[in-house]
Design a binder for this molecule. Structure first.
Ligand SMILES: Cc1cc2nc3c(=O)[nH]c(=O)nc-3n(C[C@H](O)[C@H](O)[C@H](O)COP(=O)(O)OP(=O)(O)OC[C@H]3O[C@@H](n4cnc5c(N)ncnc54)[C@H](O)[C@@H]3O)c2cc1C
Length: 287
């Protein structure tokens, strides 16, 4: 059994100091540690040589709205997301996703930034962020840059982040009349890694009005979180009828090539993704 390693670590309390410690690109930031501490054993690949503990950097915390954007600091925990009135108002599906992650211990310590950067295809916030057209704000000593969620996850556990960068915050555009629905399928209601995650977003003027700006994002069905553009085109401009739902499910399952792994078979994932999509389209929303 590999030994637990204790890489040298530093614990800055200012963002500028954290950037300085990360500048050579050789250290891994440590946020809540709920993914990284597991990696330190060496059982899941090469552990990092050096760690920079960013937990005390309060500049990476906080949730707020300004200029039509909901801004969520990278160190925001799932418990923070669940308790935030701004998230409840502008991104309730994100609070819903946070509520399905781990159990209370993980929700108190795990952060949205860690979920985004860890880039697991089973990361539960990722489909919601993709469906809501979120932007990732990355920072380093050289300044900040922004990357759209659609370009952020570049492959299996790979992101557009450069080694010297921190994820500073996630920005979600606030849109009138937008609905977002989320569903996670796992083995249990708590402490379950997802078999299928689906997030569906659209705007409409009422329950029977035609949909626009449709975004359908899925997790745990491919190497990374993906959008299902064929099903989106079926839903764009359509009303949420039974026929529309049938056609969208057909478009989704025709192209979906889920992974077969220890948690589930590809066939189960394809079937369930279709059933979940059907329900999300037909579900009564709160208008
Ligand atoms: C028992 C258990 C249950 C879990 N259940 C779920 C679940 O149901 N759903 C789910 O999606 N996940 C689950 N996870 C995984 C994990 O809790 C989440 O991915 C969590 O959000 C990770 O956040 P963290 O703050 O702990 O990240 P850390 O472990 O601190 O970091 C994760 C990765 O992100 C990097 N990183 C962290 N913050 C930043 C930043 N601001 N800038 C740049 N890089 C950064 C780290 O270097 C590391 O590579 C579970 C984990 C455990 C142990």
């Amino acid at each position: 059994m590999p030994n637990a390693v204790e890489p040298p670590s530093e614990s800055p309390d200012r963002l500028a100091a954290a950037y300085e410690l990360l500048a050579d690109g050789g250290a891994a930031p440590l946020a809540g540690g709920t993914d990284l501490m597991v990696q330190l054993t060496g059982e899941l690949g090469e552990p990092p040589d050096r760690i920079v503990d960013i937990w005390r950097v309060d500049e990476l915390r906080g949730i707020g709205t300004a200029g039509g954007t909901l801004s969520i600091g990278a160190l925001t925990t799932y418990t923070d997301l669940r308790r935030s009135p701004d998230v409840a108002r502008h991104a309730p599906a994100l609070a819903g996703a946070a509520a399905t992650i781990g159990a209370a211990q993980i929700q108190n310590r795990g952060t949205i930034g860690g979920n985004v950067i860890n880039a697991s295809p089973a990361g539960d916030t990722l489909p919601v962020l993709l469906a809501m057209d979120a932007t990732m704000v990355l920072g380093s000593a050289g300044g900040e840059r922004r990357v759209a969620a659609g370009e952020f996850w570049t492959g299996y556990r790979a992101t557009a982040r450069r080694p010297e960068e921190l994820l500073v915050r996630v920005e979600i555009p606030i849109r009138d009349h937008r609905q977002v629905r989320f569903r996670k399928i796992g083995t249990r209601r708590a402490q379950a890694i997802s078999k299928v995650v689906v997030a569906l977003a659209w705007t409409a003027d009422g329950p029977d009005a035609p949909w626009s700006d449709v975004r359908l994002a899925l997790g745990s069905v491919a190497a990374t979180t993906v959008r299902a553009r064929g099903a989106e085109s079926v839903l764009e401009g359509a009303r949420p009828t039974m026929d529309t739902a049938d056609a969208a499910v057909a478009a989704l399952t025709a192209v979906l090539e889920p992974i077969d792994d220890v948690r589930s078979t590809a066939e189960y994932r394809r079937l369930v993704a279709g059933r979940v999509l059907h329900r999300l389209i037909r579900e009564e929303g709160s208008w």
